[in-house]
Design a binder for this molecule. Structure first.
Ligand code: 13P
Length: 253
């Protein structure tokens, strides 16, 4: 059994480097004694150098990367650059990037390869825009995973993470139900097995994101079945106390 992993996605927050330091220090202090949960904080790129100097109890992640190492790609940041600042995890394919910046599954596939090449952990985000009344996990999720993982060798991605983040649950205060999220985790693991084989399918960690808070976080972690094994937290990760509560509630399961 893996340790649960809780990843903070700060998105385009906070507004200043000093606020970022304060928030990170408070999270670090709050989670310092917790052994059975892993914590990763993903700030905006520009805060990484400062936070890499004070990291310890929490690991550092990035919210995106480009697929090339260097070259004429204005505005981009590569996974090798991120690695130099102690980044261990890279979020790839967040729905906000798909939506605002037109990121496609093909671009996401190239980014995943770049992250794996640096031996960093990719956190692939998938999720449907709307759930129909049948409650089934829509085919789009399978499509997103199959394309994003295409071209990888069997067994590759065995240390990867897939974050199931239904778009309708992000920032809306309307999370998925724990039962449906668990069904999504089982469905996603099956797809990874189909695409990359048993080793990758068993190894991959599947986590939930979308309106997670201190009250509901623990309900998504299944004790009896291999369902969700962590969280990707947006809004609630900007409040140190609440984020620490989330980590504590999951570590106590
Ligand atoms: P919220 O937790 O604010 O719903 O955001 C989820 C998310 O997008 C994390 O990546």
């Amino acid at each position: 059994m893996h340790k649960s992993i809780i990843i903070a996605n700060w998105k385009l927050n906070p507004g200043t480097a000093s606020e970022a330091r304060l928030l990170f220090s408070a999270v670090k202090k709050g989670v310092a004694g917790i052994r059975n949960a892993e914590v990763v904080v993903c700030p905006p790129f520009v805060y990484l150098p400062a936070l890499s100097e004070i990291r310890r109890a929490a690991s550092l992640g990035a919210q995106d990367c480009f697929w090339e190492d260097k070259g004429a790609y204005t505005g981009e940041v590569s996974s090798s650059m991120l690695k130099e600042f102690g980044v261990t995890h890279v979020i790839v394919g967040h729905s906000e990037r798909r939506n605002w910046l037109g990121e496609t599954d093909e671009m996401i596939a190239r980014k995943i390869k770049a992250v794996l090449k640096e031996k960093l952990t990719p956190v692939l985000c998938v999720g449907e825009r709307e759930r129909d009344s049948s409650g089934d996990i829509p085919a789009i999720v399978e499509e997103q995973i199959c394309t994003a993982l295409s071209g990888l060798k069997k067994g590759e991605f065995k240390n990867g993470i897939i974050a199931y983040e239904p778009v309708w649950a992000i920032g809306t205060g309307r999370p998925d139900t724990p039962d449906d999220a668990a069904r999504a985790a089982i469905f996603i693991r099956k797809i990874v097995k189909k695409v990359l084989g048993k080793t990758a399918g068993e190894g991959v960690r599947i986590i939930y994101g979308g309106s997670v808070n201190a009250k509901n976080a623990a309900s998504f972690i299944s004790k009896d079945i291999r369902g969700m094994e962590g969280m990707l937290v947006g809004g609630a990760s900007l409040k140190a106390d609440e984020f620490v509560q989330i980590v504590k509630s999951i570590s106590e399961i």
